[in-house]
Design a protein around this ligand. Structure first.
Ligand code: CA
Length: 243
């Protein structure tokens, strides 16, 4: 019998802060996350949640929007001023979604109540994957490369390939694809995309975005009329598929 392999140095469990004042939800979420191997800290009040978020290192925050006193949006705003920790906002009101993801609050993702635990865990894992994948390319001089679904975008070389074949993109198309693919799986609001690609001073009408999306699809999609890579999220924006 061979000797047991030396233990791979296991990464420490990811730490999640959950701020939720509904005990039943909080218990269920914490239980499910712990079963997935996460270390979960719960706060059932906003001020406690804010204090923890600002004083302890977490890998991800899950914030209920509606809390008595300091609510989820205040926590999110306060945290955003200091860190880029991934934040999932939980809201009972679907119409808040625009604000939650927008600059005003700045969450990375959201769930509307009621949500399934499977969905929650999938979102948590996706966000953590993205944030850990994003870390090294933020380092200076790193060769920034993003890829997904056979599409590879190399920032420093300004090259895009689809199934290893080079594709010519206009500068704005390139920036738009970069914004979408580096946020793969995340819905990008229309205003956010306009700002990222065209900048705040050049606020063009929203049709500009749609036109560039159409051009990108013509260049990247097998069937541009039935896009598989760049998906429309009706009423919100676009996302690069993470399927
Ligand atoms: Ca609540």
């Amino acid at each position: 019998m061979s000797a047991p392999e030396p233990e791979e140095s296991m990464p420490p469990p990811k730490r999640i802060l959950l701020v939720e004042d509904e005990r039943a939800i909080s218990d269920a979420v914490a239980l499910n996350l712990r079963e997935e191997g996460f270390e979960v800290t719960c706060a059932d009040q906003g001020d406690e949640g804010l204090r923890l978020a600002l004083t302890q290192p977490f890998d991800l925050l899950i914030l209920d929007l509606m809390l008595a006193g300091v609510d989820g949006r205040e926590i999110c705003r306060a945290v955003r001023k200091r860190s880029a920790v991934p934040i999932i906002m939980v809201t009972a009101r679907a119409r808040e979604v625009d604000k939650v993801l927008g600059f005003e609050i700045g969450a990375d993702d959201y769930l509307t109540k009621p949500f399934s635990m499977l969905e929650l865990i999938a979102r948590v894992k996706a966000l953590l994957r993205r944030s850990s994948a994003a870390a090294p390319v933020d380092a200076p001089d790193a060769d920034e490369v993003y890829s997904g679904r056979g599409i590879v975008l190399n920032v420093s070389r300004h090259e895009v390939t689809v199934n290893r074949e080079a594709v010519e993109l206009r500068p704005k198309e390139f920036e738009l694809l970069k914004a979408l693919i580096r946020n793969r799986g995340r819905v990008m609001m229309r205003d956010r995309l306009l700002e990222l690609v065209w900048g705040e001073d050049e606020y063009l009408d929203r049709g500009t975005l749609d036109v560039h999306i159409r051009w990108l699809r013509q260049k990247l999609e097998e069937d541009p009329s039935s896009p598989q890579h760049i998906l429309t999220v009706r009423g919100v924006g676009y996302k690069f598929s993470d399927a």
